[in-house]
Design a protein. Structure first.
Length: 257
């Protein structure tokens, strides 16, 4: 590993962790680095457009170059390209928001957001991240990962986002087994109070889960008995269709490990 590249990447992650801007001291303390080192790296990142500085406060924030890279990633994502039309059709079918996500470290990231087809004000969530253990979209992917990967993810501290968030390894292993058994995952107010999700994994040509696709919305609407049954069927069918377009063998789609 090249140390300077690793430190620069850690700075970018720190600036993208939720705080709108950070000073040199803040970043140095968070990352355990010397202030002169952080300052030098920030200057270099600023010259590339990946970081910008507020001339009034002297604090740093992510620059426009990050957005350009993000847009390039989205444009090059085969999962997103293959899923967009299917996600739009699913949204119209169930009249709900549909997200397509990928696993990034210990979170799932929204790479496509299909708005609910009505006139309500909605906020685009592309780029938003959610801890994998706190959402159906994360469970849908984790259920089909190798045992070693799951062990690694369960071995880290798992934060409770609400009073309903499942955080203990044994409970989560049971939940993942349920996903493999049913072919879909359900989340009830584990990431946000009042919200729920129904999701299924999407597989590539090798049979590996490359992401997930799911419906998100109010828990009282999504998890009503009849709604939940029809949503789960629609989500599974859509995820399977996208998987087939990615070349996944039919016999391996939503297979057990």
């Amino acid at each position: 590993m090249i140390q300077s590249v690793d430190r620069a990447a850690r700075i970018l992650h720190a600036l993208g962790s939720g705080s709108p801007s950070l000073g040199v001291t803040d970043i140095a303390e968070r990352l355990g680095l010397a202030k002169p080192t952080v300052h030098g790296l920030l200057r270099t990142l600023e010259q590339t457009g990946l970081v910008s500085q507020d001339v009034t406060t002297g604090k740093y924030f992510l620059g426009p170059g990050v957005l350009q890279l993000g847009n390039a990633y989205l444009a090059g994502s085969e999962l997103r390209v293959r899923a967009m039309l299917r996600a739009a059709a699913l949204s119209r079918q169930v009249n709900e928001v549909v997200w397509v996500t990928v696993l990034t470290d210990d979170d799932v990231m929204v790479i496509h957001h299909e708005f609910r087809p009505d006139d309500a004000v909605q906020i685009l969530e592309v780029g938003a991240t959610i801890p994998w253990h706190a959402c159906a979209l994360g469970h849908a992917i984790a259920a089909y990962l190798d045992e070693g990967e799951v062990d690694r993810m369960l071995g880290k501290p798992l934060r409770a986002l609400t009073g309903r968030t499942r955080t203990t390894p044994d409970v989560l292993r049971k939940a993942l087994a349920g996903v493999r058994d049913k072919g879909f995952a359900v989340e009830n107010q584990e990431a946000n109070v009042g919200d729920a999700g129904v999701a299924a994994a999407v597989f590539d040509h090798s049979g590996r889960p490359v992401g997930s696709l799911g419906v998100v919305g109010p828990a009282d609407r999504l998890l009503a008995r009849q709604a939940k049954a029809s949503l789960s069927r629609a989500v599974i069918e859509t995820a399977r269709a996208v998987s087939r377009e990615l070349g996944a063998p039919r016999t391996q789609t939503h297979r057990e490990r």
